[in-house]
Design a protein around this ligand. Structure first.
Ligand SMILES: *Cc1c(COP(=O)(O)O)cnc(C)c1O
Length: 405
């Protein structure tokens, strides 16, 4: 299949699998094996010497995992990919690969909690320091580059405030200084944003989220703009640190990926309907969403994303007590961290995902006690809205239901 003339919607169903190479099986088979039998001793030696193609051991390659790696490579428009046992295994592998002791990493303010934990660990153990900045403009990024900076690490949209980092600006600065740009694309999925096309070097996913989409796998994927670097990473950091993906998880992800396009469209339209509703509720003070007209960064978002996606956050009037009362009044919408599942999920960043961030930093990032993050599921939008409506109505707060007169 010529990737250039085929849409992503089609690539996510077909890439990486030729039925006629697998007993005509329509679905990619699950190769649940740890090792491979060499036809003879010389062939085993040739595979180890890199002189013959073929599998050796499943920590290095596995056909089911390989199919998934090819598929995500096509979707992110890269040259190669590696699958990991979790999103964090992908983050730690690429950061280990791209840095050495004494380096400095420039990262977006508000990165995923465990990525923040990893940066602190790298500082403690290997003197790899970091600074967290907004990355709204090229000047802001340029000013933060130090002589020892080697990596720009970006998450956009930022969780849970939905701030946008400017990918083109970061790439421009990186080119001037020879830095490696790594983008965590979990929130958008490859259907909405393709950072390698803008000039990033690596893009990674917590495949636990939209890529799988069914809330039953923990997994990570890393895609590179340079296939040689991916091969190098496979045979060094991934092989020796060992955080690989199991064949069964790869099989589930191949299945989940087939519906990514239709899921992202419904996630996005449901998020839009929820936002329209929330804006009519007097108790809701602010709604945060990449494409929202009130978002001063919407123009950057529209340049690098082709849709707003399924995640939003909103602030309700009040503090922790009101936020918890609201969540406890929901029934269809589930209280859970994670995102990108068929089920609509809500969580309270200040006491859940961002509880480890010092209060001063949380406040600076706009994570107040009234902020809630919402991952729009695939249910009928009317049912989601009715559940939110019933929860507001159940609250004692005077502004929960009365219309703004
Ligand atoms: C969930 C998440 C991760 C970590 O992924 P795991 O699969 O849980 O290890 C990293 N980055 C972002 C943005 C995430 O949402």
């Amino acid at each position: 299949m010529d990737r250039k003339n085929v849409h992503p919607d089609t690539l996510m169903i077909h890439t990486g699998h030729d039925p006629h190479e697998h007993h005509d099986s329509l679905a990619m088979p699950l190769y649940q094996t740890s090792t491979y039998v060499f036809p003879n001793a010389a062939s085993g030696a040739a595979r180890f010497a890199g002189e013959e193609e073929g599998n050796i051991y499943s920590r290095l390659t596995n056909p089911t995992v390989r199919a998934l790696e090819e598929r995500i490579t096509a979707l992110e428009k890269g040259e190669g990919a590696l699958a990991f046992g979790s999103g964090m295994a992908a983050v730690s592998a690429v950061l280990t690969y791209a840095t050495k002791a004494g380096d400095h990493i420039l990262a977006t303010r508000g990165i995923y909690g465990c990525t923040f934990g990893l940066l602190n660990l790298m500082e403690e153990k290997y003197r790899i320091t970091h600074d967290l900045i907004r990355m709204w403009t090229e000047e802001e990024i340029e000013a933060a580059v130090k002589p020892e900076t080697t990596v720009i690490y970006i998450e956009t949209p930022i969780n849970p405030t939905m701030e946008i980092a400017d990918l083109q600006a970061a790439v421009n600065v990186a080119r001037r200084h020879g830095l490696t740009v790594i983008v965590d694309n979990t929130f958008s999925s490859p259907y909405i944003q393709n950072p390698l096309e803008i000039g990033a070097d690596f893009v990674l996913h917590s495949a636990t989220k939209y890529i799988n989409g069914h809330g039953d796998v923990i997994a990570g994927l890393l895609v590179g703009a340079d296939g040689e670097k991916i091969t190098d990473l496979r045979m060094t950091v991934q092989k020796d640190y060992g955080g690989i993906m199991s064949p069964f998880d790869a099989w589930l992800l191949l299945r989940g990926l087939k519906t990514l396009a239709v899921r992202m469209e419904r996630h996005t339209s449901n998020a839009g309907r929820v936002i329209d509703y929330l804006k009519t509720v007097p108790m809701v003070k602010e709604v945060h969403y990449p494409f929202d007209a009130d978002n001063e960064q919407a123009s950057i978002a529209r340049r690098q994303m082709n849709a707003g996606g399924g995640i939003l956050s909103f602030t309700i009037d009040g503090g922790l007590e009101e936020a918890q009362e609201f969540m406890d009044s929901l029934s269809l919408v589930k209280i859970a961290v994670s995102l990108g599942d068929a089920e609509s999920l809500i969580q309270h960043p200040a006491t859940m995902t961002h509880s480890g961030v010092p209060e001063e930093d949380r406040t600076a990032m706009g994570i107040t006690d009234g902020l809630l993050r919402f991952s729009a599921g695939l249910e009928h939008a009317d049912d989601i809205i009715n559940d939110l409506k019933a929860a507001f109505e159940a609250m004692k707060h005077p502004a929960a239901t009365q219309s703004a007169e």
